[in-house]
Ligand binder design. Structure first.
Ligand code: SF4
Length: 371
């Protein structure tokens, strides 16, 4: 049965071979606030940049700066190395300053035919939803003009259904993982998310629903032991840290990350009168990342997840130089302390060469702080 899951992971692991074979344009993106629905509705394959095939190159650091987060530098290193030469271009979002800079240097140094910077408001006032809808309309207009297509309401509704289905399947996988029914851990859940954002959602939905069907009716084992952990923070794709946590006997049951729960939380209203407004409502309504102004809302979101999953400890992870997440951390820690939840802060890099000191800190944290 695990072979069925391997076939899902393969959509991500083999994406650099599979995507060029697709008979449709491909556009990259780097933020989960990117409404993939718009691109699927235009007949485009949207794939997420992961920065995992390259370590930070000296060229990328010298063009941007050494004090950029390693996710952005790794993505740029991939671009400079023409890893994504099969793509028509990219849609960037101004989710943080570093992503904005990536948009600028990518155009100049990597090249491509289609570029768009989607502006995302930083708050959720009513005017911000209208403004974001206007931005989505601009992106639709640019796509229609560049690709000579018409993106009508029906196409948008079809794309909403497609992406909602992926969200539902990922939520089911996460729930069944937590119940001990699926033989997967946090690392594999993150891989499922990456497969879901690899530009082949139709195939992803087919493969993941087939894999999940095999476990229908399987009885959940008696409640597994081990303290329950929530992991939160900036872009995170670090299997070695997850492995260290899980080797202590702790169970990661909620990934409050753009590579985890935040990618598949909630759904877009499929029956809304105006699908574009429904898309704007969903993406801006997420509003749970550190880049949004309302830190209270993020803190409340994390506290809700802690209660829902009966969390014993939180690991807050941030890439070095990720100002948005680093600035939020003291506030989140304070908020969780009031709930009596211990927090371990870990600052890391996209590609870790030596996690020995982090391993020691994680082991000590679980031995001394968790009863
Ligand atoms: S990790 Fe932080 S700095 Fe890097 S792209 Fe994400 S929000 Fe921006």
């Amino acid at each position: 049965m695990t072979q069925l899951f391997d076939s899902v992971y393969d959509l991500h692991r083999s994406r650099l071979e599979l995507l060029p074979q697709l008979d449709r344009p491909k556009l990259g993106f780097s933020s989960i606030y990117m409404p993939e629905e718009l691109l699927y509705a235009a007949g485009i394959a949207p794939f997420r940049l992961t920065g995992e095939t390259r370590t930070v190159s000296s060229e990328a650091s010298s063009i941007l700066s050494n004090n950029f987060c390693s996710y952005i530098l790794s993505c740029f290193s991939e671009g400079l190395d023409e890893v994504y030469s099969f793509a028509d271009g990219h849609v960037f979002l101004d989710t943080c300053d570093m992503r904005k800079r990536l948009y600028e240097v990518w155009q100049k140094h990597v090249g491509g035919q289609f570029y768009h910077l989607l502006e995302l408001p930083k708050d959720t006032k009513p005017a911000s939803f209208s403004y974001y809808r206007f931005q989505l309309k601009r992106l639709l207009g640019d796509l229609e003009e560049h690709y000579g297509v018409t993106i009508d309401e029906e196409a948008l509704r079809g794309a909403i259904r497609l992406c909602n289905e992926s969200r539902r399947l990922l939520r089911t996988a996460s729930r069944m993982r937590n119940e001990g029914i699926l033989p997967i851990q946090s690392m594999q859940l993150l891989e499922l998310v990456k497969a879901g954002s690899a530009g082949m959602k139709e195939e992803f939905n087919r493969r993941l629903s087939a894999a999940l069907r095999e476990y229908e009716g399987v009885e959940a084992p008696a409640s597994p032991n081990g303290c329950k952990v929530l992991i939160s923070g900036s872009y995170f794709d670090n299997p070695s840290i997850l492995e260290v946590i899980e080797r202590t006997g702790a169970r990661i049951v909620c990934e409050d990350l753009s590579t985890g729960f935040n990618y598949f939380a909630g759904e877009i209203n499929e029956d809304a009168e105006d699908p574009l407004s429904a898309i704007a409502d969903y993406y801006l309504g997420k509003a749970v990342s550190a880049r949004m102004i309302d830190a209270d809302r993020r803190a409340a979101h994390i506290r809700d997840l802690v209660e829902e999953h009966e969390i014993d400890a939180v690991l807050y992870v941030s890439l070095k130089f990720c100002d948005t997440n680093l600035m939020d951390y003291p506030y989140i820690r304070h908020s969780l302390a009031q709930q009596g939840i211990p927090v371990l802060f870990i600052e890391s890099e996209q590609h870790m060469t030596n996690i020995q000191s982090i391993r020691t800190r994680i082991q000590t944290f679980f031995e001394t702080r968790i009863s």
